[in-house]
Each structure stands twice: as C-alpha cells, then as structure tokens.
Design a protein around this ligand. Structure first.
Ligand code: PXP
Length: 242
C-alpha cells in the first residue's frame, strides 16, 4: 500500500499573517498541493491563531476536495469548532503558548485522560476520525488505543534531530517498534514532524506506515522551487522509498 502524503499548509498562513494580508492564500496552496500529490490537507488551528484562522479551516472544508485533517489541542473551544467545521479527521496535539512548534507527542502517561476520552467520543460520534500525536513508545500507543483513537501519529522529532548514524538508527528502531505495536492494536499509523527531503525515506519504509504529515520542509523548499515542484518531489521520494 502506498504511503500517503499529508501536506500541512500552516506556514502559508504564517507568511500571510506576517502582514495580515490576503496573500499568500492557504486555500490556493492547498489546491496546488492536492493536484500535485497531497492525499490529505493538514492544518493546525492554534489557540493564539498565529497562522491558520477559523475561516481558513471552514474554507478548506468547503473548497478543497480532499481529506481535511485538523490538528488541535484538546480544549472545549477546539472540540466545538471541529464539530462545526467537520474535518474528515482531527489529530490531538499538545500546545503551549511559547512554543515555536509542537514539542513532541501528547503526554498521556500523567494524570487522568478522561477529558480527552470524552472529546474523542464526541468527535467519533460525529463521524470525525481521531488521531493522537504520540512519542514513539509502547505505553503512549497503548493509551491512545484505550482512549478510543483510531489512529496514532508517531512524533518523528527525535529521529529527525539526532546526529550520527548509530543514534539515528536507534531512534528509527523506536519508531519501528511503536509502529508494529500500533498495527497489532488495529490503529492506523501516521508519522510526522521535522521530516524533510533527506530523512523522509527511512520513515516511509517503516512497515505499516500509512501517512506522513509534512509542512515546514515543503514550504521552505517551495520558496525556491515553487509549491508544485516541492510537493511533487516529496511525493516522489515517499513513493520510491519502498
Ligand atoms: N504532525 C503534527 C502533529 C504537527 O503538529 C506538525 C506541525 O504542525 C506536523 C506533523 C508537521 O511538522 P513539520 O512542519 O515539521 O513538517
């Protein structure tokens, strides 16, 4: 089965918000991504609205004819918004106000997760798929399953950030083991964060991997090559990895 590519369009909105302008338009970007290899369009609606805005998500839902995947924190505001916007799926991610980007998977190991479980139930009842962004460890994957998620997205930040072949292989092995467990538990398997043109193929080769969600590297490359080529190149690397 081919590994899907989810293209995250947040940073098109980051550039637009730098001038509070209308350009570049993330909806136009999503359309270019879709016609050049994106299987999913991904965006993260943050509490501080620093890039994607509510209206962007609603427009993406209405105008872009592909699977829409919304990343968000588990807050009453976001759950209510997701129920209104009706993306095909959501991914619960941790969010802290001062972070530059998402800092690892959700910490499911501490405290009660009954709030998250209730949110998952509400979204599932509305026909919205639910993923949880987790670090690649067995405990987190098992908890995600027990909470009722249908998908886990394994955080690839540690793999992507480590220097040296040995350490990188060790991080890859953590991803492989978590992937194996996710598959055994009947979870759909995604991965993402900090993936780029140099490190993506090893992750695409992980058995049972179904989807890679990638934003920053594609948008950064598109500054020089254009978005069409940047998405197309990433799609080619993923398709030729196996
Ligand atoms: N997956 C998740 C859960 C994320 O929060 C993000 C960043 O929004 C990504 C994937 C994409 O990460 P990057 O922009 O580093 O490719």
């Amino acid at each position: 089965m081919a590994v899907k590519l989810g293209v995250n369009i947040d940073h098109v909105a980051t550039l637009r918000q730098a001038r509070k302008s209308v350009d570049p338009d993330p909806i136009a970007a999503a359309k270019v991504a879709r016609t050049n290899g994106a299987d999913l369009i991904v965006c993260h609606l943050r509490a501080d609205r620093r890039h994607v805005q509510d209206a962007d998500v609603l427009k993406l839902r209405g105008e872009v004819k592909t699977q829409l995947h919304l990343e968000m924190a588990d807050t009453p505001e976001m759950v209510a918004f997701a129920l209104k916007a009706k993306p095909d799926s959501v991914c619960f991610v941790p969010e802290s106000p001062k972070e530059v980007t998402t800092e690892g998977g959700l910490n499911l190991k501490q405290g009660s997760q009954s709030g998250l479980e209730k949110s998952i139930k509400k979204l599932t009842a509305a026909g919205i798929g639910v993923s949880i962004f987790v670090d690649p460890d067995a405990v987190s994957v098992r908890i995600a399953k027990n909470l009722g998620a249908d998908t886990v997205e394994l955080c690839t930040t540690s793999y992507a950030g480590v220097q040296g072949k040995l350490k990188q292989n060790a991080e890859l092995e953590k991803l492989e083991l978590a992937a194996y467990l996710a598959h055994e538990l009947g979870l759909e398997l995604h991965a993402g964060h900090d993936l780029d043109y140099h490190n993506v193929q090893a992750v695409a080769r992980i058995p049972h991997m179904e989807c890679l969600n990638i934003g920053f590297a594609i948008m950064a490359r598109s500054m020089f090559t254009g978005l069409r080529a940047a998405v197309g190149e990433m799609k080619k690397l993923i398709a030729s990895a196996r």
